[in-house]
Structure formats: C-alpha cells, structure tokens
Design a protein around this ligand. Structure first.
Ligand SMILES: Nc1ncnc2c1ncn2[C@@H]1O[C@H](COP(=O)(O)OP(=O)(O)OP(=O)(O)O)[C@@H](O)[C@H]1O
Ligand SMILES: [Zn+2]
Length: 663
C-alpha cells in the first residue's frame, strides 16, 4: 500500500481505534538488534508503535546477514542499532526511532531512564543482560516481554512486577559439565574429546602456565578414582617440556611431533597401565606418529577384559582399522576414495582420514607455535580463529580415533566446540510475532490474557501457551521494594542515604552493593564515607536488608540530581513518600530458612582496605525448594544457559495449555 492511511488500515481494524491511537504515543524500548531484534523492530514499526528506542552494543557481522534482514553487506562493521533504525524508519513515516549504540548495563540507563518507557522488549542473547534488564524493569515498574530462540525452539514470557513471576523468580540451571575423568581419561562421545581439546589441551600447550592441580584436587574430593587422579597429575606435570619446545624458535617442526607423542602415545600408555579402568570399557589404542604418516598404522580395537552386566561396552568396540578407515587394509585406497567424494563435499564438511588429521595437527600446532614465538602470550580457543579451530578439530579427532569414537568434520567441531545451535530466521520471526501479541495484551492491561508461550518441536502442537505464575515469594529481585535517590555521590555519604530512607524507623539493617557488604548493625564505619569513595554511583543499587527478617528488602537505585538542581543545594533528594516495605512472607515450612545475616565474626575488621567484603545479600540466598530440580536436556543447553527454561519434552505438562487466541 502506498499511503500512510492505507498502511494502517489493517492494524486499526485489528487493534481497534483506541489501542491503535494509543500506540503512536507509546514509548517502547527494544534491547537487542540481532536475530529477534531486527524482526521485532520491523513488526512494531508496522504495527504502529510511534516512539521506539533501539539499543544494541554490537556492530554488524557478515554472519548476521542470513537472518538479520535489516542489514546489507555494505553495512558490515556499522552499529546494528543505527543501521536497523535507518532501514526500518521508512516502513512507517510516523515512527520515531532513536538508536543507541551502547551496552544496556551502562550507568546512564538508570531507573529514571527506564521509567520513561511504557514497555520494554528484550531481544537479547545472554543471561547477564537479560537479568539486568529484568531488574531494571522491576525497579522502574515497567512491563517487560522477555524472549529467546535456539534452533527450532523459542519462548516468549511477559513479566510484570507483583503480578507475574519475574525472570529471576526461577533460578536458571547451570550449564552442563562433564566429570573430569570422563574428559581426561575415559571419553565415550565426540563431545568429550572436543571439550578435552579446547578446554584442556589448548590450555596446557598454549594457555597460561598452570598445573591444573586445583581441578584434580577438587575431583579427588568429589570421590573420583585416586589412582587415576595421580596418573593425571603426572601427565599434567610432563607438559612443561612440550610447552617449552613450542615456545622455542629453534625447535621448528619437532614440537608438534613431541606434543603428539606425549598426548596420543605416552599419556595413553600410562592410562592403559591402570588395568581396573579398562575392565568394563574398551581400552584406547596409543597412536604411532611414523606409522600413521607412512600409512601402515593399524588400530586394533581391544575389548574390555570383562564385559559389563548388559554385555555392552561403554563405547562400541570397532573392528581393526587402517589409518582410521574400518576394514580397509589399503590406506592409499582409503584416502583416494575419500578424496573423490570430497570433490562434492564442502571442505569443512568432509571427514578427514587419520593421516589428514595428523597433518592438520602438525600444521595447526606449527601455526600456533609461531604465534607464541612472535609474542602472543597465550592462545585460547575461539571458533572464529582458524588456527585454534584446526587444532581442536585435529586433536579431538585423533583422540576419538584412539578411543574408537566417531570422528567429526571441522564444521561439526565448530558447532559443538562453539556451543552453536544454528539460528533459524523462521523461529525468530514467529517469536517476534508472539512478542507483539503479548505486548499488546500488556498495553491493554488484559492481564488475564497474558501467556508464557513456547515454540516447540512438536508438529501437532507447535505452540503452547501457559498461564503465568505469580511471583516467587522468596525471589531476591522482584520481592524487593524499589525506590530511588537522586544524588551527587561525591558529596553524599552512605549514612545520608540509608538513614534518610529508613526515616523514623529504628530497624537494624545491613547494607550491600551487589555482593559487597558495606555496613551491618555492629559495623557502621562506612556510613561516614561518601558514595563515590565506596564506588557506589549512578545506576547501582544499595540493598538495605532488615536484620530481623520482618520486612522485605529495600533496593535503592542511585540516579543523578536533576539538571535544574541549584548549585550548592542539598547533595541528595530522597523519595517522597519514603518506601514502606511490606511484611515479609514467611517461606513454606519445607524450605530451610536461609541465614538472615552474614556471619558476624567476618564483619569485624580494622584495616581500611578490608572495609568491604563479598557476600550474597541474605535475602537473595533464599530459594524455593520447588525451584531446585530443573533438569536440562542437552539439546536445549544453549537456550537454558541463556536463562530460558523450556519444557522437558514435547508431550509434557500441557494441562495448563490452551491454544493461543489472537485477538
Ligand atoms: N548488554 C547488552 N547491551 C546491548 N545489546 C546487547 C547486550 N548483550 C547482547 N546484546 C545484543 O543482543 C543481540 C542478540 O542477537 P542475536 O542473538 O541474534 O546475536 P548475534 O550476535 O546477532 O548473532 P550470533 O551470536 O548468532 O552471531 C546482539 O545484537 C547483541 O549485540
Ligand atoms: Zn522474581
């Protein structure tokens, strides 16, 4: 349609004239101009939102162009927020888009700033920024729509202070980890070899000179096999000669062979000497550098000395193979048949032979060694650094060959090592549409229509909409009573703020900034100090915790004095009226009460630089028992790391489910 009137006809008919009229006045903050953000910006511009602030800290990368349709090749390296705003503004002549190229965590984006919006839409990709925006929205009492996608999965969650759960009401599961011994001596899956290579071997050869003993001490405490730990300790110490050789420019060519022989031959022989370890699992085969190079290497897959109860080994015992090609006696034949198929396969998607992996190991080790010799102090894995990706591909595949595990292509290694789940433009588009629907419910205040919507891999019910839960009474974010103090931190003391906020109340309190304890009832030295000297400045929160646990915590957001504040006027402005935190809801009896105060003994200090200690504010340590057992199926790992909890399986808990009603 060519005219502005024509452009809005449908939106007006669907939304009704009242809401449609209001949208042009609505102030929306969109955080993130990536995969979801670009789609969402296009949607809200076309829906008729009139005042959009778009914020993103990043510049456009070539790899964004396949799904971030507001960007073109010429825009690479430009600010995402600026280019997205320029591209989308002409979609609606009545829209005003304010792009900001910055990190949302910067101090100028304080409570006051957030309060200027009617609604906030998150299109972020990390837990830290999501948690930050959640807290700011709770503090400023601005409704927020949270979202995320991972491959075919997606989620949209509207969050309103005091009405729904906030983003932090449910603790997020920690990323999946593997036991040390699985990674270091008994891998059974390709991912174990990849993690070993990128997190352990890279560190040992090219990282800081550390002996990794802390990790092994911890593993021993956790009850992992003591003899195995002792072997691993010896193995770690023996890295120093290889490290030196890699850093020595006269050892050209020999360092890679030395590293190979240590890691794929002698370390494996050491492990094999521990007979117990291989009773129920197939033992690895030490690799022979020279024989692989001349094509005569034979992997004889041994079987465990005792089959396990179900008759299976922990990883399949493959038949003998020559240079990594099962059942092929002629290695030349193996590599030539492989190279003919590789003509059609893309280079990165081709599985390498054992010899090709060894050659890649040598060349990537040489390249990384040359970088160390020319002054780079440490090198760690980066999926976009070809040298490190080649090294991790080659070394993880060599380890896989030794353990009879399937090898992976460079492309697959990049995905697995970089924790990459391919981003799918369609998923982002669906989720962006759902965000707008939830935003419209919020703006209408149709709270009964709000839903937590999941896009799931279930063809019969691709979308499920779940009724929202009420806030978790133990949440350390949305149960706090938020207020703000405008001040000049160079002239305002901690005591000015805390005593000012408490007013007539004689409650005993502890005061925190994030995890730092600044004061408690027995220790008030810092009350005399200025906020600036305590590094408590604009955008930060002072948390005032009631020692008796009778009333909820007060979180004081610090802002700046207004521009028209008289010079020489008071150094701070308290809120009026003062905050009145509600009585604390007692946790359910099954939940052990969290300690309400930090241990007293640790709070007594004399030296001035001891004036601040780090602790979790007690109110934040309470967790509901019901929230403790969230499991994390590996397929969903990335999304969960990003803080979105998905349903376990597609068939799961749809009692609350209802079909999304688009109105
Ligand atoms: N603290 C933050 N402040 C502002 N913007 C942020 C912050 N954290 C993340 N972002 C932005 O959120 C967007 C998330 O988009 P998306 O998940 O598509 O990531 P991407 O970086 O574009 O793609 P990929 O990670 O797949 O390469 C990114 O543009 C990123 O710059
Ligand atoms: Zn909460």
């Amino acid at each position: 349609m060519s005219t502005a009137a024509g452009r809005t006809t449908h939106a007006k008919a669907i939304l009704g004239p009242e809401l449609h009229g209001r949208l042009s006045e609505t102030k929306v903050l969109l955080v993130g101009a990536g995969g979801i953000g670009c789609e969402l910006l296009k949607n809200i511009v076309l829906t008729g939102f009139g005042h959009i602030t778009l914020l993103d800290l990043d510049t456009i990368d070539l790899s964004n162009l396949n799904r971030q349709f507001l960007f073109r090749k010429k825009d690479v390296k430009q600010s995402k927020a600026l280019v997205a705003a320029q591209t989308a503004a002409p979609f609606n002549p009545n829209v005003k888009i304010t792009p900001i190229y910055a990190n949302i965590k910067e101090p100028q984006f304080d409570i006051e700033w957030f309060s200027g919006f009617d609604i906030v839409l998150n299109a972020l990709d990390n837990l830290d920024a999501r948690r930050h925006v959640n807290k700011m929205c709770m503090a400023a009492e601005v409704p927020l729509v949270e979202s995320g996608t991972a491959g075919y999965l997606g989620q949209v969650q509207p969050l309103v202070k005091d009405l729904t759960e906030c983003f932090d009401c449910i603790p997020k599961p920690t990323p999946k980890t593997f036991p040390v011994c699985t990674i270091r001596s008994t891998p059974s899956q390709p991912i174990h070899c990849i993690v070993w290579s990128k997190s352990y071997l890279m560190g040992q050869l090219f990282g800081e000179d550390e002996d990794a003993s802390g990790e092994l001490d911890e593993a021993e405490k956790q009850g992992e096999n003591a003899q195995e730990i002792a072997t691993l300790r010896k193995e770690a110490q023996a890295f120093s000669a290889v490290r030196q050789s890699l850093r020595d420019s006269t050892s050209k060519g020999s360092a890679a062979k030395m590293a190979f022989q240590k890691v794929f031959d002698s370390d494996i022989r050491n492990l094999l000497s521990m007979a117990d370890m291989w009773r129920h699992r197939a033992p690895p085969t030490p690799l022979d550098f020279d024989k692989i190079m001349d094509g005569s290497f034979v992997i004889k897959r041994a079987v465990p000395s005792e089959p396990s109860a179900n008759g299976h080994t922990s990883h399949g015992a493959a038949p003998a193979s020559v240079n990594g090609r099962p059942g092929q006696a002629d290695s030349q034949q193996a590599s030539s048949s492989n190279s003919s198929s590789s003509k059609v396969a893309l280079k990165d998607q081709k599985k390498l032979t054992l010899k090709e992996n060894l050659e890649l190991f040598i060349s990537s080790t040489d390249r990384l060694a040359a970088r160390l010799q020319s002054g780079e102090e440490t090198i760690s894995f980066d999926k976009d650094d070809d040298d490190t990706l080649d090294f991790v591909t080659a070394s993880s595949n060599l380890r896989s060959a030794a353990y009879g595990i399937e090898e992976k292509t460079r492309w697959e290694v990049k995905e697995m090592a970089g924790n990459i789940i391919p981003a799918i433009a369609t998923t982002n588009a669906i989720v962006s549409g759902l965000i707008v629907l939830q935003a419209l419910h919020l703006l209408r205040k149709s709270y009964d229509k709000l839903r937590n919507v999941h896009l799931q891999f279930k063809p019969s019910v691709p979308l499920s909409a779940i009724t929202l839960s009420t806030p978790n009474p133990s949440c350390g974010i949305c149960r706090d009573t938020y207020t703000k103090v405008l001040c000049d931190p160079a002239r305002t003391t901690l005591g000015d703020v805390v005593k000012g906020i408490l007013g007539q109340s004689d409650r005993e309190v502890s005061v925190y900034e994030d995890k730092r304890v600044l004061a408690d009832p027995d220790w008030d030295d810092n009350y005399e100090r200025t906020l600036e000297s305590l590094n408590v400045t604009r955008g930060k929160f002072l948390t005032i915790v009631d020692e008796e646990g009778e009333v909820e915590t007060i979180a004081v957001g610090l802002g700046v004095l207004p521009e028209n504040h008289p010079v020489g006027g008071p150094s701070f402005i308290l809120p009026n009226p003062l905050p009145q935190p509600p009585k604390k809801v007692k946790p359910a009896s099954s939940i052990p009460p969290a300690p309400l105060t930090p241990p007293r003994a640790s709070l007594k200090r004399s030296a001035p630089d001891d004036d601040i200690i780090e602790l979790e504010p007690s109110a934040k340590r309470q967790k509901s028992a019901a929230n403790q057992d969230i499991s994390s199926p590996s397929k969903k790992r990335r999304l969960e790391e990003d803080g979105l909890i998905l349903m376990e399986t597609a068939d799961e808990k749809l009692e609350d489910e209802d079909v999304i009603i688009i109105d």
